[in-house]
Design a binder for this molecule. Sequence first.
Ligand code: GRF
Length: 219
Amino acid sequence: MSASASGPAPHVPKKTRLGILLSGRGSNFLAIARAIAEGSLAGVEIAVVLSNVVGAPGIAAARELGLPTECFVSRGRPRAEHDADVIACLRQHRVDLICLAGYMRLLSADFIAAYPDRILNIHPSLLPAFPGLDAQMQAFEYGCTVAGCTVHFVDEHLDHGVIVLQRTVPVLDDDDAHTLAARILEQEHLAYPEAIARVVSGRYRIEGRRFVAHAAQTS
Ligand code: GRF
């Protein structure tokens, strides 16, 4: 049936296309995929799941969901060369927003410049405390009574960019680093979809280091 016979085609808003980068098990990726499937994260779709590690379980999980997957092995390659391949792939898949989900690799300055304020990361601590590896263990051994996770924009420094949101977790007397990490992970799975929704809404501005949500409109 032609458009003229049936009237104008309904306007379908373009979805934001996510590029997920991961190196490991991919539980945060799966939480994002679940939120999309359940409808709690609207207006986005996963364009590609990309890994730098052959055999990353997250890639197998993505394949099972029927999502496009790509792998670019990073080990032994110059960072700029590897990142150029990744950027080309993300462009090919028309990615609008990149979500690092356990991607165990620093991004080159060129990569960050290619997607300004379009790259998110999740880190299992309340930044700026405990950047880097084993953040949950660091918080536990430091004796923190509150721990948590952070979703932030990626800039050229490690675990450093503007914070989109944080969720806290109490450290219990009978915790060890593993039980604490497991409870932080539960909060990560809530935090990442929520942070993506905030960014995709576009209803925010960045003031210095602050992510400021626009006030809801009243009419
Ligand atoms: C998460 O703890 C995340 O905060 C950190 O790497 C871990 C990835 O876990 N950046 P998963 O692969 O998403 O299960």
